[in-house]
Design a protein around this ligand. Structure first.
Ligand code: ASP
Ligand code: MG
Length: 471
């Protein structure tokens, strides 16, 4: 079996849901299970509902709920005939009544407990999964709704609960295989779950990918497909570099490293259950279903370059702090990181040499206020308006000359490097440049690493390499 997850924009209206139905229809032989997010924008609206209700703004909370109801009903009536629509409307109104009763509770108590807040957010996926199930049946994709709140078991932490794998697996195994046997496509809402004691929980914002990975791992799926509105993961941000190309395969570690440095698409941490079970995850574009997308897996095949991708993170500042001679370096570093922790600042990259520590932080000129506090530790230099560029690739591990190749490209372009760090896992090289140079640096590096066949790695020529060479 396979798990197919469709995000909010892939189910945002009738047109999108029709597209989903035809993609799922093309995979029936592989026995798909479908996970859907809330319709695009609905979870944000539900946050507003919870906020308005806890301010006792009852009419504003109810009018947002009306909007959500109308959005689902509109999509339904665009896809279903009258009688099918009437059946869906009954289900819809049962859920809306439950949400409304929660709204009145919040308005009366003038507050939402974390549990109530989570519960409010689950209605988006409850509704979208009912809608998609109804649409599938109307569009001749035999399907059955399965309530994820009764199948995914978590602890009680809000707003991002952790799944309990054995309990979840048992529940899924009792419900899903019989549906697949009957050649029905089970449709579940992502993101939503409940605790062993029956408290409604969520897996945290954006958690539908996590649901797909949990379900795929529990059921031993052959593949998990994450359907989005982009064509897989690209070698770099196409707004910076229009020549960015699709990555065919990327390792889980590479994807994680990229996400840390600002690459969008999806949060690889949520794919961990799949990676642990060695299940490949395909990132695909629902607008272009025939494109191959990107496969994320524990170990990925060699690509056309030793590097897999380039990520950029702007809005960075660097602090260089030099300890006075008499202070031991352990004490100095300890004080430095305590201070950052105190301010809830997470260092993006850190370089330590002798008595000097350089720390790159997300943020700009507003961070200047830290200078006076850091001066208690030593001499401080503050450099705002910086950007981090991170080059990722498992194939660079142990390769000689990689750093000089990269820095040679930047030197050739006259770009000054302010700070360098090579991850201890040796799968990434990150460095800081002035923000004004970042676009040019990425373009030059991309051209050198991904657009010239000459630098292709020493590994035997793969079809991907030949494709690059011809491009
Ligand atoms: N609907 C939830 C959110 O917007 C979960 C998801 O889309 O993955 O955060
Ligand atoms: Mg999402």
């Amino acid at each position: 079996m396979i798990v197919m997850k469709f995000g909010g924009s892939s189910v945002q209206d009738a047109t999108a849901i029709r597209r989903v139905a035809s993609i799922v229809a093309s995979r029936l032989a592989e026995r798909p299970l479908v996970v859907v997010s809330a319709m695009g924008g609905v979870t944000d609206k539900l946050v507003q509902v919870a906020e308005a209700a806890s301010r006792s703004e009852l009419s504003s909370a109810l009018s947002i709920m009306d909007f959500i109801r109308a959005k689902h009903l509109k999509a339904a009536s665009d896809m279903l005939d009258r009688s099918q629509s009437a059946v869906f409307e009954q289900d819809l109104d049962t859920v809306i009544a439950e949400a409304t009763s929660l709204i009145t509770q919040l308005a009366a108590s003038r507050a939402a407990t974390p549990a109530q807040h989570s519960q409010m957010l689950t209605y988006g996926e409850v509704l979208s999964s009912l809608l998609v199930t109804a649409a599938f049946s109307a569009l001749n994709v035999p399907s059955a709704h399965a309530d994820a709140r009764a199948l995914i078991v978590t602890d009680c932490r809000h707003p991002a609960a952790s799944p309990l794998a054995p309990e979840t697996r048992n529940k899924l195994l009792s419900v899903v295989p019989p549906l697949l046997e009957q050649k029905l496509v089970p449709v579940l809402g992502g993101f939503i779950a409940s605790s062993e004691s029956g408290e409604i929980t969520t897996l945290g914002r954006g958690g539908s990918d996590y649901s797909a990975a949990i379900i795929g791992a529990a059921l031993g799926a052959e593949r998990i497909e994450i359907w989005t509105d982009v064509s897989g993961i690209l070698t770099t941000d196409p707004r910076i570099c229009p020549q960015a190309r699709r990555i065919e395969e990327i390792s889980f570690h590479e994807a994680t490293e990229l996400a840390c440095f600002g690459a969008k698409v999806l949060h690889p941490a949520t794919l961990l259950p799949a990676v642990e079970h060695d299940i490949p995850v395909a990132v695909l574009n629902s607008h272009r279903p025939t494109e191959a997308g990107t496969i994320i897996r524990a170990y990925a095949a060699h690509g056309p370059s030793a590097f897999r991708a380039i990520a950029v993170k702007r809005n960075i500042s660097v602090f260089n702090v030099r300890a006075p001679r008499h202070v031991g370096s352990l004490r100095f570093l300890d004080d430095l990181f305590s201070l950052l922790r105190w301010h809830h600042l997470q260092s993006e990259i850190v370089a330590i040499s002798g008595a000097t520590a350089s720390v790159a932080l997300e943020g700009n000129r507003e961070l200047v206020t830290l200078t006076s506090e850091l001066e208690a530790l030593g001499e401080v230099e503050f450099q705002p308006d910086m950007a981090i560029i991170c080059l990722v690739g498992e194939d660079i591990r142990g390769r000689i000359g990689i750093a000089s190749e990269v820095f040679g490209v930047l030197a050739g372009a006259g770009i000054n490097i302010r700070m360098i760090a090579q991850g201890s896992s040796e799968i990434s090289v990150s460095f800081v440049v002035e923000e004004k140079d970042a676009v040019r640096a990425v373009q030059q590096l991309h051209r050198h690493l991904f657009e010239q066949p000459a630098i292709a790695t020493s590994h035997s020529s793969t079809s991907a390499q030949r494709e690059t060479a011809q491009a």
